[in-house]
Write a protein that binds this ligand. Structure first.
Ligand code: FMN
Length: 300
């Protein structure tokens, strides 16, 4: 019922571990693959080692999480050993990269080519690094970046990850398509803030952070819906999916795959198996044989 194909890649189900949730450790990514993920995405890797932001950098609020991790990581040149081990990942591996300049992105893509990830996501949407949104601030800058990266990725598909922190998702999505994007991921976290009223201060040291989890879902569904109408590109719908019903909703908005991030916090490391089971049950109860029959069903 759930096997699916995305950019010519075969997946046992459409559920993809979202970037940044469980880091870059081959052990944990492979464990997620073995416990039901259809594909896994590595935490975004950047040009140089970064410590990330000071604690507290993540907090739970009523209906979601607010994080300002700030892209901690070892820098791509220190990733060779892990990338080698990740060749043993039993499901498709999506790499994710960020940079401050076009050249940063190009350098990391050239490094990654040798390891042949199933696709490369472009994190141009991190609200927790000072220049994290600079590439998506303007559609033309986005188009130029995607186009330059695409020239160097060879046969590896490129998937820009959209930010909801923009005035127009259709313009941003269309800019990615014009730049040669093979697919889109919608969305990264939405910029937000939580204040401790006793302390009269923002809870996070970085003050603002990115909202994920259930609070993000309607925003993500809208962004997927608009990206689908604007471009017709395949989409990984990410944001607030916690149950099988949420995943079906994302698919009806136009997603071909569904990103799973904060759900691991709410439902544990078994989240993929649980969500896949709920999707199958819903499909059975509604006489749906294949996901293709409901992809984009909310349009038209
Ligand atoms: C702690 C944390 C770290 C994240 N790190 C990254 C990252 O490195 N790269 C990226 O593209 N997205 C990152 N994200 C965003 C997620 O991949 C996802 O787009 C977002 O959390 C919305 O999905 P969710 O509601 O299922 O968590 C991170 C999210 C969280 C909560």
């Amino acid at each position: 019922m759930l096997p699916t194909e995305f950019l010519g890649i075969k997946l046992k189900n459409p559920l993809v571990l979202a970037s940044g949730i469980l880091g870059t450790s081959p052990e944990i990514l492979i464990r997620m693959a073995e416990s039901g993920a259809g594909a896994v995405t590595m935490k975004s890797i950047g040009p140089v080692e970064r410590e990330g932001n000071i604690n507290p950098n993540i907090v739970e609020f009523d209906c979601g999480l607010l994080n300002a991790m700030g892209l901690p990581g070892p820098g791509y040149k220190n990733m060779a050993g892990k990338m080698e081990e990740l060749k043993n990942c039993p499901v498709p591996l999506f790499a994710s990269i960020y940079g401050s300049t076009v050249q940063d992105f190009v350098d990391i893509v050239k490094f990654l080519r040798e390891y042949r990830p199933a696709a490369i996501e472009l994190d141009i949407s991190c609200p927790n690094k000072d220049d994290g949104l600079s590439f998506s601030a303007d559609p033309e800058t986005t188009r130029q970046l995607v186009s330059e990266v695409r020239k160097h990725s060879g046969s590896i598909p490129v998937i820009p990850k959209l930010t909801p922190n923009t005035s127009s998702i259709p313009l941003l999505a269309e800019a990615c398509r014009k730049g040669g994007a093979d697919a889109l991921n919608a969305i990264n976290t939405a910029s937000g803030m939580v204040i401790n009223i006793e302390a009269r201060k923002p809870v996070l040291k970085y003050k603002k952070g990115g909202v994920s989890g259930p609070a993000l879902k309607p925003i993500a569904v809208r962004c997927v819906y608009e990206s689908y109408e604007a471009t017709g590109l395949p989409i990984i719908g990410t944001g607030g999916v916690t149950t099988g019903r949420d995943a079906i909703e994302m698919i009806m908005a136009g997603a071909s795959l569904v990103g799973i991030g904060s759900a691991l916090y709410y439902r544990g490391l078994d989240a993929f198996r649980l969500i896949a089971g709920e999707m199958e049950e819903w499909m059975k109860n509604n006489n749906i044989d294949s996901l293709q029959d409901i992809t984009g069903a909310a349009h038209g």
